[in-house]
Design a protein. Structure first.
Length: 133
């Protein structure tokens, strides 16, 4: 159950509408998803997070599909149902196939298993893995 009421476009104050308009323009869509509508209860948070998303998820040394797939992997590990759905849809829109999704989940599962084993055994890091500064 949500902790706050979502802010629909029609009821949004001007500063929130401005961010909503930028979201729709940037994403080339005619709607704003629920994530933004709920965090809009704090306009400062909405503006800050949207600004961060635009900066971090923009094309760079990593292509947009890779960034979406990383986001899916972290969302699966953090058990964020909303983000799993949202970023899986984003990754599929950028070309991720069902086979790629299955392989991604296999890597996520393996990484979580081996991370837990390494942490549980308190395995010291090999010197060869450490950066030489």
């Amino acid at each position: 159950m949500p902790m706050v009421k979502m802010v629909d476009y029609d009821a949004a104050p001007a500063d929130v509408k401005a961010v909503y308009d930028d979201i729709m323009l940037t994403k080339k869509t005619d709607w704003v998803n629920n994530f933004w509508k709920y965090i809009a209860t704090s306009p400062a948070t909405l503006k800050r997070v949207w600004s961060n998303v635009k900066e971090v998820m923009a094309p760079g040394k990593l292509d947009p599909l890779t960034k979406e797939m990383i986001y899916v992997a972290v969302s699966v590990t953090n058990n964020c149902e909303y983000c799993i759905h949202s970023h899986t849809a984003g990754a599929k829109n950028k070309g991720m196939t069902d086979e790629m999704f299955a392989e991604l989940l296999a890597v996520v599962g393996l990484a979580n298993e081996t991370n837990r084993l390494a942490n549980g055994y308190q395995i010291p890091v090999d010197e060869q893995f450490k950066p030489k500064l």
